[in-house]
Design a protein around this ligand. Structure first.
Ligand SMILES: [Zn+2]
Length: 319
């Protein structure tokens, strides 16, 4: 089968689109589409600070497909359209048992701690799969595992509640966009900062220095200080990305006197993944799709990532 393969750590020059052996798994999924996210680019460019395994390595954290061989699974049949939970987890450690699979002691991000979906086939346990609702397209489904789930978990971790105000900085990114849509569904009042005019189509309002209860920061350093002073007392900053840098200054006095909180968030739980698919389906939530590239054109897709105007997804095999 064809796959994007990182032969050794350290960048695009070590990456090929080539034939590799088909993986083994309890359920074999033929991948149709994969999302392109910062995590994948960082893996390919050798910019990650966590362990990539195995080598040679197939990246791809976010992907959907069709069951090609259900193996002994009773939950799925050949031809079922499925989403893949973007974490590997053992289901047995104390974190998994308490429903926090994203912190599994023996797990990690799919496509980082394991081979991923930039590949014609992906083999997995059926507990990692969910059915794509009939009315949902592959192109909409493929934004759920990373973009949607990261946003959903983050606003849950922040405890965003009905009537609260929240600000999303970097709102045109896939996680930012989903944060706006999902926060509004919770009955919160949404504000955004973005250079992209189309973000207004989310129904959120452009931020005008209002005090807010929650700030969703997916971009790191550059968007930390300009906004943190607008966090109301009792407010929470939730963060899950560092595209603009990892370091930030913190006024500890402001933190405790106003009982403000800083919350880290990553991916989402297995239960949230199921919930989110239903929420996206019932409310018809859409991503803003910009371009589809064939998997073989992954280099071009990465080159265009910085100037994207919406989602970039990869077509892995024909629907
Ligand atoms: Zn575990």
């Amino acid at each position: 089968m064809k796959a994007v393969v990182n032969r050794q750590p350290g960048g695009l020059e070590n990456t090929r689109f080539e034939d590799v052996e088909k993986p083994k798994g309890k359920v074999m999924v033929r991948v149709t589409f994969a999302g392109l996210n910062p995590v994948d680019i960082n893996v390919i460019l050798g910019k990650v600070n966590y362990n990539i395994s195995p080598y040679p390595h197939i990246p791809g954290a976010e992907f959907v497909g069709v069951v090609d061989d259900p193996g002994s699974s009773r939950k799925f049949r050949k031809g079922d359209r499925v989403l893949v939970y973007p974490r590997v987890y053992d289901g047995t450690c104390e974190r998994c048992v308490s429903g926090r699979e994203e912190l599994c002691r023996n797990g990690g991000v799919t496509g980082v701690a394991s081979n991923g979906g930039f590949s014609e086939f992906y083999g997995t346990d059926d507990s990692h799969l969910e059915m794509i609702p009939d009315a949902m397209s592959f192109e909409d489904a493929v934004s759920i595992p990373v973009g949607g789930l990261t946003a959903y978990h983050a606003i849950n971790r922040a405890g965003l509640a009905k009537g609260e105000k929240f600000l999303v900085v970097g709102a045109s990114g896939n996680t930012g966009w989903h944060s706006l849509l999902l926060g509004k569904l919770k009955g919160a009042e949404a504000f955004y900062v973005s250079r992209k005019k189309w973000v207004a189509e989310s129904g959120a309002r452009e931020w005008n220095k209002e005090k807010v209860d929650v700030i969703v920061n997916s971009l790191g350093s550059e968007v930390w200080e300009p906004y943190i002073d607008y966090l109301d007392t009792g407010g929470r900053v939730v963060t899950f990305g560092t595209l603009t840098g990892r370091e930030a200054r913190l006024n500890i006095a402001s933190l405790y006197t106003g009982e403000r909180s800083i919350i880290g968030s990553t991916s989402g739980t297995r239960k949230e993944f199921s919930e989110l698919i239903r929420i996206v389906s019932e409310n018809g939530l859409k991503s803003r799709l910009w371009k589809i590239f064939d998997l073989s054109d992954y280099r071009k897709a990465i080159e265009e990532y910085e100037r994207r105007d919406g989602r970039i997804i990869l077509r892995v095999s024909d629907v």
